[in-house]
Write a protein that binds this ligand. Structure first.
Ligand code: ADP
Length: 322
């Protein structure tokens, strides 16, 4: 568990992180989101002491980070950056094993670990382990960056916009990989992004930051349905194209965000109603049945459908199924 208690970071007389207090649970996928300059990276880097706190405390497993041996702290926290710092003239295996080598793992344990990690991100171990990093595509390099952060089995992984330089397809594949890795290895992940779709796809909880302060912390569902203030509402509207109220319930139907059976419902909504009305209704009901004027459709929209719809990247001419 990571606990921030009244944390401040000041440069000169400017607070770039201000009165930051929250707890990240063990095994949680926690996303920090906010506009550029809102203090996300600074917050992340204070966890592994790449940046010192000006005031307050951060505790990992109830021990102040300043009480850890710095090397021990860094070894126990994996770190993935946008421009991953792989060593281009070393092989994939050598890159993955940097921290295990320093920790003096046995040769056999290291070999097995590389095999296991490469398999988890669908890279054939025999084909990839001895390749030079410079021979890999951007997406492959980023996969290696992610598994390298996991190599020595750290409890915590920090990720700073790790996928923002990738094309959309590679990016969504890697997002899926990361969710699978997180479920498999049960790590605490703190993930920085400025992309609301990415935050919703990945986060167990999301912390919305603005000007160094916390605007809201909650699950995607809580934030979408009850934005804490105008800043969060506007951030959602800019970041999620379908959040805007011009769209109607019909738009979800057209793109297959509904079920036809097996779901109980306690409310109804007309297909011509706005998505915002649907958001409000689903705040009180876990699912709603769609009506079409006088006729009742056998279609039901659940909270899950709504969240996936809001996070989806629909193009007018593209069909999507969930
Ligand atoms: P984000 O990750 O949300 O884009 P950062 O945490 O990188 O934001 O930066 C937060 C603010 O702190 C920005 O206004 C940035 O200019 C400022 N800042 C970051 N590093 C320094 C520094 N070394 N000296 C002065 N200001 C800094």
């Amino acid at each position: 568990m990571i606990r921030f208690d009244k944390v401040y970071k000041r440069y000169g007389d400017t607070d770039v992180v201000e009165d930051f207090s929250l707890e990240i649970e063990k095994g949680e996928f926690f996303v920090l989101i906010g506009p550029s300059g809102s203090g996300k990276t600074t917050t992340l880097k204070m966890i592994n002491q790449l940046i010192d706190l000006s005031d307050g405390t951060i505790l990992i497993e109830d021990k102040r980070i300043s009480d850890y041996d710095l090397q021990e702290l860094r070894w126990n926290i994996g770190y993935v950056l946008q421009q991953i710092a792989l060593f281009p003239n070393m092989t994939v295996e050598e890159n993955i094993l940097i921290v295990p080598e320093m920790k003096k793992w046995s040769k056999e344990d290291m070999k097995n670990r590389v095999t296991e990690l490469l398999e988890t991100v669908s890279l054939d171990p025999e084909k990839y382990r001895n390749r030079q990093v410079s021979e890999l595509s951007g997406g492959e390099q980023q996969r290696i960056g992610v598994i390298r952060a996991l190599a020595a089995d750290p409890d915590v992984i920090l990720m700073d916009e790790p996928f923002s330089a990738l094309d959309p397809i590679t990016r969504s594949n890697l997002q899926r990989d990361v969710v699978e890795l997180q479920h498999k290895f049960k790590k605490t992940v703190v993930f920085v992004t400025h992309d609301m779709q990415e935050a919703i796809n990945l986060g167990d909880r999301i912390c919305v930051m603005n000007k160094g302060k916390i605007e809201q912390v909650g699950t995607a569902e809580e934030i979408l349905k009850h934005p804490a203030n105008d800043f969060v509402k506007e951030f959602l509207q800019t970041g999620l194209p379908h959040y805007k109220e011009e769209k109607t319930v019909q738009h979800l139907i057209e793109h297959n965000f509904f079920s036809t059976e097996g779901v109980l419902f306690t409310a109804t909504i007309d297909s011509s109603a706005s998505v915002n009305e649907l958001i409000l209704l689903l705040a009180d009901h876990s699912s709603v049945k769609i009506i079409n004027g006088d006729t009742t459709d056998e279609k039901i929209i659940t909270r899950d459908h709504l969240v996936h719809y809001l996070a989806s990247d629909l193009k007018a001419d593209k069909e999507v199924t969930v």
